[in-house]
Design a protein around this ligand. Structure first.
Ligand SMILES: C[S@@+](CC[C@H](N)C(=O)[O-])C[C@H]1O[C@@H](n2cnc3c(N)ncnc32)[C@H](O)[C@@H]1O
Length: 280
């Protein structure tokens, strides 16, 4: 065990990992993601969250991921089709490679637009031998409803996509682990519920209060018993106070604490945790 003998402070752990290269770095990151989780507060792995966030933000993980041949190849394939920042894709890459790989289940994205991120997740998952499916949920016709009191975006936004064009791209890539689910989350998610394996990753990128609120609450009872990742993209975005409010309400209701705050909010939630709101 590489990490067994180093000081347990977050800063010492990050400094130690910064010095590793190649297989040793790989081994340390694998070990780090397999330490026992804190069962309270949503079974999070704080050390792993710090190493990913700090490593991408100002450490070597940024360059390590960027130079990873698999990451490079898939990032170029997606070719700007994703709306998220590249740091977000890097964090997804680390989550898939070092944690989700050991947690078989499905992935759901609430809000996929042109499916750049969904294609990225499906390609990386396939290349790493992760068996589950990636479900990409969207109207593919824009935001169905926005509340002008708290939402910045309106129902005219995100219309510039096409279910048929995205389907064709997915077919051409032979991505049979990526399933497009067209419709409002509120209608489409109940239709796929019975097919779902426990969710190892849920990416909530629905922009408005009602969409994000629905997505989080609908996904929680399906989270992987080992602590599936709930990633909320919009909550820290300047144009998404509604999404932030939905995240804040869930965090308060379920007494969740984040595992990672940058480049997006990351929580870990087990099915048991997600099915019963904590009592204050
Ligand atoms: C920010 S975009 C998603 C970007 C995408 N995840 C990416 O990384 O490229 C938000 C998407 O959520 C979709 N959306 C928002 N609310 C929805 C709802 N209630 N049902 C279905 N789609 C919704 C919008 O149509 C839009 O395409």
């Amino acid at each position: 065990m590489l990490l067994e003998h180093i000081p347990k402070s977050h800063i010492a752990r990050i400094a130690y990992i910064e010095k590793l290269e190649g297989e040793l770095l790989d081994q340390a990151l694998t070990e780090l993601h397999q330490v026992p989780l804190l069962a309270e507060n949503g079974c999070r792995n704080v050390p792993a969250g710090y190493v990913r966030a700090c490593g991408i933000s100002f450490g070597k993980l940024h360059d390590v991921v960027r130079e990873d041949p698999l990451y490079k190849q898939i990032f170029h394939l997606v070719n700007g089709g994703s709306l998220v920042d590249e740091n977000v894709l890097m964090n997804f890459f680390l989550l898939l490679k070092y944690s989700i790989k050991e947690m078989p289940g499905d992935i759901v994205e609430f809000g996929s637009f042109r499916c750049g991120t969904a294609v990225f997740l499906a390609c990386v998952a396939r290349a790493l031998g992760i068996k589950g499916k990636v479900y990409a949920l969207d109207t593919f016709e824009g935001i169905p409803h926005a509340d002008g009191r708290i939402d910045f975006h309106t129902s005219d936004d995100f219309k510039d996509t096409s279910f048929d064009v995205v389907s064709k791209i997915i077919q051409e890539l032979h991505l049979d682990n990526l399933v497009l689910v067209k419709g409002r989350f509120q209608d489409s998610f109940p239709q796929i519920c019975s097919m779902l394996q426990p969710l190892s990753l849920v990416h909530v990128d629905g922009v408005t209060y009602s969409s994000v609120k629905y997505a989080i609450n609908a996904a929680l009872p399906h989270m992987h018993p080992r602590g599936g990742y709930l990633v909320i993209d919009d909550a820290l975005c300047s144009s998404c106070i509604g999404a932030l409010q939905a995240a804040e309400e869930t965090v308060q209701e379920y007494h969740l604490n984040a595992e990672q705050v940058w480049p997006h909010l990351v929580y870990r939630i087990s099915k048991t945790h997600g099915s019963s709101p904590a009592k204050s």
